[in-house]
Design a protein around this ligand. Structure first.
Ligand SMILES: Cc1ncc(COP(=O)(O)O)c(C=O)c1O
Length: 395
């Protein structure tokens, strides 16, 4: 790497999901019709009433610097949402609006971690967690979970990973990439372990909370374990639920005023805050009808059911049925090809683009996003079947 890039940045990996999506786009631009299964964003447009609110804000001249932690109306609406939907009591001063949940997570680790602090991350994990921790000078401690346990961290695994340097624990339910979630009891049994270790902060990433299936009901960690509220950061955003990935808006609800003020200060000295008119769109999202979310969820649910069944029919595939998010994470270890090599071959030979499990800390799997039309999914599975028949089936 060039002499102008420091060691901290040299230790950070580029995003694999963004990388695959870009490569698929390149092939498409050359006239090769790739079916991308890599998307981490809904294929729906942002609902009209949200766009209208942002346009109105622009017209009304809401185009200047705004308070760094977010416009007061939005912080209030987020606090009201957390009370109404999650049973969590936050004052608007505890809420900090950032440029996406990813940015809010970045800020949390910058504010909480001392150099060398350990952060426990169950794998398979969302690709950015270890890198966000590394960027803050922390040390990611990856704890593998098993498909047999539906990729849920068991309390004894959590207990065994804790050391005197452990500073934080990341919980992501429902999970990217596995689609599995932790119910209230399962969260409470993790809380029992964490209760014994008062130095550990909990970072609960709940960005997929409303995209749930098969009767799974999302419960916020701080609601499942109210006595751990005072060290839990609840992270959420607008990207997935309201199909607003490009708006770059997310938030963190902080356990106390001091941590919220530290994050606000970090934003003051880095981004200044988030885009003025976009925040009015987010406000409309929270205040408007959730019917648009219900419609998108129903479409995801239909695709999920079709896709899981179709994948299970392919030789050598075992696939859990997701409880949330918009990904399936089939186990393809029986094919005997490392996931990164497999995905490159699938891209070049079958013109489909799933993401290698290795990027999520779980080789032997691929992640397939169903944030794409049923028609595209059907085409992708057809190509996958044909490829498997040709390259795997005969062995
Ligand atoms: C688990 C998880 N958390 C956070 C994010 C970040 O979302 P955003 O920064 O768009 O709000 C994503 C996006 O892929 C995600 O999958």
């Amino acid at each position: 790497m060039g002499f102008l890039v420091n060691q901290r940045m040299q230790a950070v990996k580029p995003s694999a999901t963004i990388g695959i999506t870009m490569r698929a786009r390149e092939l498409n631009a050359r006239g090769i019709k790739v079916v991308s299964l890599a998307a981490g964003e809904p294929d729906f447009d942002t609902p009209e009433h949200i766009k209208e609110a942002a346009i109105r804000a622009l017209r009304e001249g809401k185009t200047k610097y705004m308070p760094s932690a977010g416009i007061p109306e939005l912080r209030e609406a987020i606090a009201a949402k957390l009370q109404r939907e999650n049973g969590l009591q936050y004052s608007p001063q505890q809420i900090v609006v950032g440029c996406g949940a990813k940015h809010s997570l970045y800020n949390i680790f910058q504010v909480v971690l001392e150099p060398g602090d350990e952060v426990i991350i169950p794998s398979p994990y969302w690709v950015s967690y270890p890198e966000l921790v590394t960027l803050a000078g922390g040390r990611p401690v990856i704890v593998p979970t098993e498909q047999e346990n539906e990729f849920r961290l068991r309390p004894e695994q959590l207990a065994a990973a804790i050391t005197p340097r452990t500073r934080a624990f990341i919980l992501n339910s429902p999970s990217n990439p596995t689609g599995m979630g932790y119910d209230c009891n399962q969260q409470q049994s993790l809380a029992e372990v964490l209760r014994e270790h008062p130095r550990i902060a909990i970072v609960s990433d709940e960005i997929y909370e409303l995209l749930t299936y098969r009767g799974f009901r999302h419960v916020s960690f701080a609601a499942a374990a109210p006595d751990l509220y005072e060290r839990t950061f609840t992270v959420n955003g607008f990207s997935k639920t309201f199909s607003m990935t490009g708006w770059r808006l997310g938030y963190v609800a902080c356990p106390d005023r001091a941590s919220a003020e530290a994050i606000q200060c970090l934003q003051e000295q880095s981004t200044t805050g988030t885009t003025s008119f976009a925040q009015y769109g987010a406000l409309a999202a929270l205040q408007g009808s959730v019917e648009c979310v219900a419609r998108m969820r129903a479409a995801f649910d239909e695709r999920r059911a079709w896709l899981v069944e179709a994948l299970r029919k392919i030789p050598g595939v075992s696939c859990l049925d997701p409880q949330g998010a918009f990904y399936v994470f089939p186990n393809i270890s029986a094919w005997g090809i490392p996931s990164t090599r497999l995905c490159l071959r699938l891209l070049e030979e079958a013109h489909i683009a799933p993401v290698p499990g290795a990027s999520f800390g779980a080789d032997g799997h691929i992640r397939i996003s169903f944030a794409t039309s049923l028609e595209q999914l059907k085409e992708a599975v057809k190509r996958l079947r044909a490829w498997v028949g040709q390259h795997i089936g005969q062995r």
